[in-house]
Design a protein around this ligand. Sequence first.
Ligand code: PAF
Length: 251
Amino acid sequence: MTVVLRSPQEFHAWRKQQKGSVGFVPTMGALHSGHEELLKQARKNNDVVVLSIFVNPTQFNDTNDLDKYPKTWEQDLAMAEANNVDAIFCPRYDDMYPDNYRYKVSENSYSNLLDGAHRPGHFDGVLSVVMKLFNIVAPTHAYFGEKDFQQMTLIQGMVESFFMDLQIVPVATVREEDGLAKSSRNVRLTSAERLKAPAIYKAISESKTAEEAAEKLNAQGFIVDYVTDVGTRRFVAARLGDVRLIDNVQI
Ligand code: PAF
C-alpha cells in the first residue's frame, strides 16, 4: 500500500514512524522505465522506499518547457504501487518554497558548463530543490540516473560539501531498443522526430571526436546546443522541434 503525502509536515509525521534504511527516488513525475529502474534498486536495497513527484519551476529557464512538461499522475501512482513504494511525497510550490525562492543553493564552477551554459539558473533550481527534498525526506540512499550525469555529479558534490549524511547511488541510463535514452520528454516528439532521435546516441558513441558527432547531428537537422568531451565522458544536448534532449556516454 503506497501512501500519498502532500505537505512536509504530513511527511515528517509519517517519516518518524519508519525504521531502517530509506531509499529515495526524487522525480518530476511522468515516470518511465528509467525511473522504474531507480525504484527497483531502491526497493532491493532498503527497508523503506520514498518517491517524490514535484515539477520544480525554479529549474525551468524556459516557461514553455515547464508548461508542456507531461503530467501522468494515474500511471505514476500505478508504477509506484507495482514497485511497492511505501510513500509518494508530492508537495505544492508553496510547501517547497515558503520563502518564494529567496534562499538558494548554487555551485559556481561545473554548473556553468554543458547544460548550465545553455540553461541559466537551471542547476541552482535543481540543487535547491534537491537539498530541500533531502532535508524533508531524510533518506539514507538517493538514486539518480546517469542520463543526467552533470546533475548527478553536482548533487554528489553538494552532499559532500554540506556534510549531508546520505549516499548517492548512480544508476545506468535506461535506453529504448534503438538506443534513445529514456526521458519524460520523449513523449513530446512527433513520430517523425521519434524516428530521428536515436541518432543522438549513435553519433556520440560512434564518432571519433565531439566535433564529428556535432557535424553528424547538424547534417540530420538537429539544432545542437553542444557536444563536448569532459574527462572520459561525451555529453550532448540537441533539439528536435521544440523538444530538447540530452545524453552522455563513457568514451
Ligand atoms: O531529474 C529530475 O527529475 C529533477 O531534476 C529532480 C532531481 C527531481 C529535481 O527536481
